[in-house]
Write a protein that binds this ligand. Structure first.
Ligand SMILES: Cc1cc2nc3c(=O)[nH]c(=O)nc-3n(C[C@H](O)[C@H](O)[C@H](O)COP(=O)(O)OP(=O)(O)OC[C@H]3O[C@@H](n4cnc5c(N)ncnc54)[C@H](O)[C@@H]3O)c2cc1C
Length: 93
């Protein structure tokens, strides 16, 4: 890494990475600093990607699929065994 940049952006969420990318596109040398680590690796994307928008929509999708599998398939003549939720497999936090 260099010691000097035209711009240092603190935070790699949607606000930060957009600012960093745009400044880079405009020709500035940019560093984007993010403190979040996930499983030992730097985790860009901020609240939205890691714990907000995307995981919440993934959980909503999972809950719709669970509901449909548990309650709606029978009327289509499809039988299922036990249907269970394994939240660990869905967890990104
Ligand atoms: C449950 C939930 C669901 C959401 N769903 C939606 C949705 O469907 N649609 C939508 O538009 N928005 C949604 N949002 C809102 C969206 O997540 C935020 O608007 C967006 O993440 C804000 O971006 P940001 O870059 O300002 O902040 P953040 O995404 O919070 O990013 C800030 C980053 O800065 C880092 N940081 C903070 N301090 C430091 C420091 N000192 N040094 C280094 N790094 C630092 C943080 O670790 C973080 O990664 C949701 C939010 C939540 C909580």
């Amino acid at each position: 890494m260099k010691d000097n940049y035209d711009l240092v952006v603190i935070g790699g969420g949607p606000g930060g990475y957009e600012a960093a990318i745009r400044a880079g596109q405009l020709g500035m040398s940019v560093a984007c600093i993010e403190k979040r680590v996930y499983k030992g690796e730097p985790a860009l994307g901020g609240t939205c990607l890691n714990v907000g928008c995307i995981p919440s929509k993934a959980l909503l999708d999972s809950s719709h699929r669970y509901e449909a599998t548990k309650h709606d398939l029978d009327e289509h003549g499809i039988s299922t065994g036990d249907v269970a939720i394994n939240i660990e497999k869905n967890d990104r936090a």
